[in-house]
Design a protein around this ligand. Structure first.
Ligand SMILES: C[S@@+](CC[C@H](N)C(=O)[O-])C[C@H]1O[C@@H](n2cnc3c(N)ncnc32)[C@H](O)[C@@H]1O
Length: 314
């Protein structure tokens, strides 16, 4: 959902912003970053600092790719582009909508995705696991079937298809709205023959399938905690965040049935973020391996098929 005013507004910044938007790209980025840093907004929806977020807003204002923006610091900005930046920044501060929704784009795992309020803004540390080809647990050349459970924008499924070139990836979600966004992203990356979208309540529509890798970034926020989160989270779909009173409903469903859907030697990798300790307490007998990430993030466990609870009878 890009921000495109019908007429060219003036290049001067609206009252909420200090002064004029600078006419040179790098100066405009610094100026916007300064405004964001002083505004008390929350970072963490695809940008973890004001400078990155300013570049994302510039990408929205110019329509240019991040690569072009980063390589062309001295690019002059025409008055309509500067007005557009001012409008995006004003909306970011007043509505607290994440920048990714304002510009309709998000960058994840080195790839660009279309996003809007139907999907979570991509940010999972699982990108790093996929960038490493699942090492040391997986040999990318031997991974044939992957499931991304709760695919949202399709970001993890698409990054998995790139990481495992021989694999067919099933990307499941209970939200048909999210699957519409995922479909656009699968087309955008030309992966229609390898990434298959499935409307499914957890494993319900996947009977008979077996995977080498099941990946999931499920909802895991305890219901009462949602109201305590910064306003940015209120713009994301509640079903992408909340999972029952203790945040563990989705993890419970995944642990209960994953054993039935993994091949021998397969692995389950699940992000549970800030409920890591609650998960460790709830399943004390499971040999969970908590992954470590060089580029930030935590709360991701890995389980081998052989360690999963025995599957329920279907
Ligand atoms: C935290 S978001 C993750 C989205 C995406 N994988 C990512 O990392 O950005 C969780 C996703 O799980 C989906 N979901 C919630 N409950 C589900 C269920 N019972 N079965 C399948 N998907 C579900 C939501 O619609 C949402 O898209």
């Amino acid at each position: 959902m890009s921000h495109t005013p019908d007429t060219d507004p003036p290049a001067s910044a609206p009252a909420l912003l200090p002064g004029e938007v600078p006419a040179r790209l790098d100066e405009a980025v610094d100026w916007a970053a300064g405004v964001l840093a002083g505004a008390g907004v929350h970072f963490g929806h695809g940008a973890d600092n004001p400078h990155t977020e300013a570049i994302i807003l510039l990408a929205g204002a110019t329509g240019l790719s991040l690569e072009v923006l980063m390589a062309d610091a001295a690019r002059p900005l025409a008055p309509p582009v500067r007005a557009q930046l001012a409008a995006l920044l004003t909306e970011r501060l007043s509505s607290r909508r994440p920048a990714a929704y304002l510009v309709g784009r998000a960058w994840f795992a080195g790839l660009e995705f279309e996003v809007d309020e139907r999907v979570l803004v991509p940010r999972s540390p699982l990108a790093e696991f996929l960038a490493a080809g699942g090492a040391p647990w997986l040999d990318p050349a031997r991974v044939r079937r992957v499931l991304d459970l709760g695919t949202g924008s399709g970001c993890l499924a698409i990054a998995a298809a790139m990481a495992f070139p021989e694999a067919r990836v099933d990307a499941a979600d209970l939200s048909s709205d999210a699957l519409a966004v995922a479909a656009a992203n699968v087309r955008r990356h030309g992966l229609e023959t390898r990434v298959h979208l499935v409307l499914s309540d957890h494993f319900a529509a996947l009977a008979g399938e077996r995977y080498d890798l099941i990946l999931s970034n499920p909802p895991y926020v305890p219901a009462a905690r949602l109201a305590e989160l910064p306003p940015e989270y209120g713009h994301e779909p509640a079903m992408a965040l909340v999972s029952g009173e203790d945040g563990l409903d989705s993890v419970r469903a995944i642990l209960q049935d994953a054993g039935l859907f993994l091949r021998p030697g397969g692995i389950l990798v699940v992000e549970v973020g800030e409920v890591e300790e609650a998960v460790a307490r709830a399943w004390p007998h499971l040999p969970l391996t908590w992954l470590e990430f060089e580029h930030g993030g935590s709360g991701v466990f890995l389980l081998e098929a052989e360690s999963l609870p025995p599957p329920r009878e279907p």
